[in-house]
Design a protein around this ligand. Sequence first.
Ligand SMILES: CC(C)(COP(=O)(O)OP(=O)(O)OC[C@H]1O[C@@H](n2cnc3c(N)ncnc32)[C@H](O)[C@@H]1OP(=O)(O)O)[C@@H](O)C(=O)NCCC(=O)NCCS
Length: 183
Amino acid sequence: MCSIRELHLDDLYKFNALVFDPYTEVYNLSFFLRHFAQWPELALASISPAGALAGFIFGKCLDSGPGHQQLHGHVCVLTVHGEYRRLGLASQLMKSFAALLELRQAWYMDLFLRCSNRAAYKLYCSLGYVLRRVLLEYYPGDAMEDAFDMRKPLSRDKQRQCLDSVSMQPVHLPAEEESDNEY
Ligand SMILES: CC(C)(COP(=O)(O)OP(=O)(O)OC[C@H]1O[C@@H](n2cnc3c(N)ncnc32)[C@H](O)[C@@H]1OP(=O)(O)O)[C@@H](O)C(=O)NCCC(=O)NCCS
């Protein structure tokens, strides 16, 4: 059985086997350094009984609105090593991150994923995430790909207000919203 602890800077030396998955988002060193500096307790590792890195999550907590109505968590990266999949590790990492956000009294959690990533889409649906909108050409590259923007209310948002803005109309990410790539 795997256990969860905070992810440390030196775990980056062990994560090649996880980040070569095409669906694992890979960022530059400044992304990871900013994360460890700003949200050290919101990056979590799943560790196998033998001490191997089995999965990790990089989350952050943002507060951009009046009256703290926008205090929310955002998942930047979630991945599980191929040998440890379908054991519930991603679910466990997501729930641990959610528990940390509950302590901060955040309103909701959100995340972006590639529209072609069926496994992740099923995972997030199984955890109660709701598809909020489609972000056109969110992922750059030779073949630009759209993203699903999914959201889940936390216990503070009893009226599920964070889902009021669910839209069927695909949009480009508005300029005032921060992309995961902006580091
Ligand atoms: C997506 C990913 C994180 C899932 O990790 P995991 O630890 O295997 O997920 P869990 O074991 O917690 O799965 C929970 C549920 O999600 C769904 N699910 C997970 N992987 C699935 C798959 N390959 N196909 C279909 N459903 C899947 C299932 O409903 C599963 O429940 P079940 O096993 O009882 O059927 C993992 O496949 C991964 O790291 N993929 C590459 C990186 C990635 O896509 N990250 C997310 C980017 S947003």
